[in-house]
Design a protein around this ligand. Sequence first.
Ligand code: NAD
Length: 449
Amino acid sequence: MTDRYQSLAHNPIGKFVVKNLGLPNPPDLERWVEGSPFVKGTVLIGAAPTSTLGKKLNTTLKASGITTVGVRADSKRYKGLVFDATGIADTAGLALMQQFFTPALRSLASNGRLVVIGTLPEQATSETAAIAQRALEGFVRSAGKEVGGNGSTSNLVYVGAGSEDALGSTLEFLLSPKSAFVSGQVIRLGLTELVAPDAVADPAKPLAGKVALITGASRGLGAAMARTLHRDGASIIGLDVPGLSSELDAVMAELGGTSIAEDITADDAPKVIAKAVKAAHGGVDIVVHNAGITRDKRLKNMKTENWNLVIDISVGAPQRITAELLKQKLINTGGRVIGISSIAGIAGNNGQTSYGTAKAGVIGFVQDLSKRVAKDGITVNAIAPGFIETDMVKTMPLGIREAGRRLSSLSQGGLPIDVAEAIAWYANPGSSAISGNVVRVCGQALIGA
Ligand code: NAD
């Protein structure tokens, strides 16, 4: 749906009113256009002298076709600022990061990207290093709030031991317009047993040869995920309730995909889905448990049947379906299981105890399963969307809708494509070191961690 305030704020009279009354001024966010490079511009790289990534960082970015420089020129604008903080071993060393970013921020282009790279604090070799590395989180989150006004974002990547060669897909995502609505996030590589990243044969079609199953694919975020994974080369199997089968068939016809009309909470759903996946492609590489509903009521007015429905659709059914697919060995090696949580599952939300419980359950599901299937080369992660412009938000009262849009570093709602791009990044064969993560796609909303 359209954001009328944002359109008004950008016309000449609106601009004047917004400026003089100090109202939120949502920046225009750039989105990635198929065929474009990951970064339209240059990325400035800095590092603490003792940092460990060294040349690897440059080589990784060059392999993705990203232009880098190591020395800042006053006259230049930079689309990305990347700082390798892996070598910072005490809090005094954090000043190295400030000394890099303070002058460089004056040269940051609009829709620019700040990325800090650290080491997992729990793997630090000393107490002082663990503290300094943990401090990086506060830096990126605060910096995100400072740079959001011009559409820029700020994120942190912790590189676990052994996952230094698996940074490529994450840097492509974070530095490109694909991550337009991702800010203030912490991504952890190497939390589970490591599997070497698969090479991507064709960068324009990183998911060529892969099969993706997406539930709730007839509309909203699910339809955007289906289109985006298909854009990246995957064959699509879309699922939705029988009542939406004609809408689902229309999306699948557009993508040459396969439809499954099934209610995921039905007793036979796991077996029906497994059978359909086997018949269509013999197995599946990417499973996105996107189907979800809200039945919002204050706890004192909650009906048990609605409580059960919300929990079962978001987390009970995904558990049973994944278990059946794993039991029948239908999730291929290098597989990706992706849950859809919500910022309400992280921070809680007034009137959403059932939804908040269900979406926190999704986090439990991915954190637990990620450890159990790592040995099979399968990663399990979740995306927690914030306020995204879909049919779901049309039903919100105007005041709550406006608060949801404006109370973030980017002062606007996200688009379905923003969530879909994050799914495509998890699904990328190069993202094998990312498992057990929960990343918010929320424009750094004030709600959430
Ligand atoms: P939506 O209502 O447009 O789409 C959800 C889809 O799930 C629908 O097609 C619906 O038919 C399907 N579905 C529901 N119950 C099902 C069942 N029992 N079996 C099979 N399919 C079923 O909503 P959306 O905004 O696209 O949301 C997609 C996901 O993202 C949901 O899990 C939602 O909770 C989550 N989410 C959305 C937002 C947002 O701002 N839109 C924010 C946070 C999280």
